[in-house]
Each structure stands twice: as structure tokens, then as C-alpha cells.
Design a protein around this ligand. Structure first.
Ligand code: C2E
Ligand code: MG
Ligand code: MG
Ligand code: MG
Length: 289
């Protein structure tokens, strides 16, 4: 591949741009098929409170293709957004996670928070709010249990429209969470201008917090600002016990990461909830500190 810089060899190799383009075409074509053949599924990653009880779940879409193998959602969500497949993909995610979650809360006898990632393309669709409310009604899920995760890029596109949609959702009791918080260019002005309910501190801060005082300081500052704005905070990407205990000392009260659990199928999540939920009779918390 290096050889593309060698003028004589250049015609034998595809350029990086051509490779990207071909890959994108194949992913698009296979994804289209997967969507029509039920080839995708959902996994759920627990969110823990400061006592190590499971209090929420983030729904994450998964796709294992016969030819391509495992494809990261970070890749195929982007392809979907660029090829008109985001609405069907978004509908699959929303419908499947709400249906599976409704089964779970029935089995458990209580609710949790269910967080679902929403693409800007879904969010800007005129019937988005109605579609969400319709699914909640169908599956008998209280809107107060739903958290929609949006990213900062969403707000760059059409601020007034986004603000209106956020308010309509909140009037119904649905909460809005700003995902990957701190990685965008104008995180602070967003907080000033948008009535967001929750911030998810990006994994990159947690990755560096133990060695880099500046990363730790950023987390501390975000916690401080969130408190002032009456917003909840979730830290994501917690992989180490040392990170979890340090974060707990800083005042974090909601945690998500491999240290507690990887994303799992619903059946496994249900087993975990029966043991680690605060409502379960045996209430056996995962230790944090
Ligand atoms: P995200 O929403 O920020 O999700 C968190 C990602 O971090 C997930 O990757 C999760 O598996 C991973 N993660 C969680 N804890 C840890 C940890 O301790 N260590 C490490 N290394 N990783 C951790 P995933 O599932 O591959 O998703 C990547 C991104 O793709 C998501 O980032 C989200 O932006 C997007 N995505 C995933 N599922 C969906 C979906 O259903 N709809 C939409 N629109 N986007 C989705
Ligand atoms: Mg997310
Ligand atoms: Mg995130
Ligand atoms: Mg992310």
C-alpha cells in the first residue's frame, strides 16, 4: 500500500479515496440488505449509580455481516446517514429497543432509564416526535424512562428547529442527553442555549484522567457546570477500578463502561438486572469504591 507513493507502482494500487469509496458502496449495499432481512440486532450496556446498582441502559446497534464480518456502528451509521438508509435504520433501532425494553421492565417489575442514540437525520424528520410517542404508547413505556442521546454536531445544522423539537419532547417527559460531551467546538454555548437534561462526558477524558491532570480537571469542571445547570451527568468509557473510584470521589453518580459491563444481549442484561438492580430482593451491587 505504501507503494502508491512510488510512481511506477501507482496504477497497481487503489488510492485511499478509491478504497474508501468502494468500501462505502459495499457497506451501503450490504446494509440495505441487512435492514430488509432482519440482519441487525440491539445490545444494551448498563449504567450504574454510585452504589453499583443498574439504573439505566444504553441501546447500541450491532451488525454482523456474512461477507464483511462485524462492522462498527460508528462506520455504518455514517454510511446510512449518507445514503438514505438512516430513517429505516433509526426506525429499527427505536422499535427494537423499545419493544425489547418493554419486555424487560415487565419481567423486572420496574423501569429503568433507556437511552437511545438518535441521528440528526431522524431528529430533523417532521414526524419524529409523533413517531416516538406512538412507539412509547404501543409498548406501554412511560416517556419519563426514555433518554434520547444527541451529539453536538446536530445542533450546528438548524438550531431553531432543534430547539423546538427538544421542547416538544421534554413537554412529554422525554429527556435529552448530549453525547460525547466536551469533544465539539462550542460545548459551552450549547449548554447556555439548549435545555439539555443530561451530559455524557466523553470517554477520551476518562482515558486520560489518571495520568493527565488537565483531563481530570475538565471532568471536575463539567461536573461543576452541570450542577449549576441542574443537569445529570453520565461518565462513559470507565474501564478501570481506579477510574471508577476517582470519579466517584469527584462526585460522579452515574457510570458506564467495560469495568462494569460491556454491551450485552437483552437476555444477559435481564439476568444482570435481577441481581444488581436496586429493586431486586437480593440487591447485590457491584462494588465501586
Ligand atoms: P456512543 O453513543 O458514544 O456509544 C459509546 C460507545 O463506546 C459504544 O461503542 C460502546 O460499546 C463503547 N464503550 C462503552 N464503554 C466502553 C469502554 O469502557 N471502553 C471502550 N473502549 N468502549 C466503550 P459502539 O457500540 O461501537 O458505538 C459507537 C458509536 O456508534 C456510538 O457512540 C454512537 O455514536 C454510534 N451508535 C451506536 N449505536 C447506535 C444507534 O443505535 N443509533 C445511532 N444513531 N448511533 C449509534
Ligand atoms: Mg451514546
Ligand atoms: Mg458517547
Ligand atoms: Mg462516541
Amino acid at each position: 500500500y505504501k507503494a502508491k507513493h512510488n510512481r511506477n507502482a501507482v496504477s497497481l494500487y487503489k488510492t485511499e479515496m478509491e478504497m474508501d469509496y468502494l468500501r462505502q458502496l459495499v457497506v451501503e449495499q450490504r446494509l440495505r440488505q441487512a435492514l430488509s432481512e432482519n440482519g441487525l440486532h440491539m445490545m444494551y450496556q448498563p449504567q450504574m449509580d454510585e452504589n453499583g446498582h443498574i439504573v439505566g441502559l444504553e441501546a447500541l446497534v450491532r451488525w454482523e455481516d456474512e461477507e464483511l464480518g462485524f462492522v462498527s456502528p460508528a462506520e455504518f451509521v455514517q454510511v446510512a446517514e449518507q445514503s438514505g438508509l438512516m430513517l429505516p435504520l433509526g426506525h429499527f433501532v427505536m422499535d427494537t429497543s423499545l419493544r425489547e425494553y418493554s419486555k424487560l421492565r415487565e419481567q423486572l417489575g420496574h423501569g429503568l432509564d433507556l437511552a437511545i442514540n438518535i441521528s440528526v437525520i431522524q431528529f430533523e424528520h417532521p414526524s419524529f416526535v409523533e413517531d416516538v410517542l406512538c412507539l412509547l404508547r404501543n409498548y406501554h413505556i412511560p416517556p419519563q424512562e426514555l433518554v434520547l442521546e444527541i451529539t453536538e454536531s446536530l445542533v450546528m445544522t438548524n438550531f431553531d428547529q432543534v430547539l423546538l423539537t427538544i421542547k416538544r419532547l421534554q413537554r412529554q417527559g422525554i429527556r435529552l442527553s448530549m453525547d460525547d460531551f466536551g469533544t465539539g467546538y462550542s460545548s459551552l454555548s450549547l449548554l447556555r442555549d439548549l435545555p439539555i437534561d443530561e451530559l455524557k462526558i466523553d470517554k477520551s477524558f476518562v482515558d486520560n484522567m489518571l495520568d493527565d491532570p488537565r483531563a481530570a480537571n475538565m471532568i471536575q469542571s463539567i461536573l461543576y457546570i452541570a450542577r449549576g445547570h441542574n443537569m445529570d451527568v453520565v461518565v462513559e468509557g470507565v474501564e478501570l477500578e481506579a477510574q471508577a473510584s476517582e470519579l466517584a470521589l469527584m462526585g460522579c453518580r452515574r457510570f458506564q463502561g467495560y469495568y462494569f459491563s460491556r454491551p450485552e444481549r437483552l437476555e444477559r442484561i435481564q439476568e444482570m438486572c435481577l441481581v444488581h438492580s436496586k429493586h431486586s430482593r437480593t440487591a447485590e451491587p457491584l462494588p465501586i469504591i
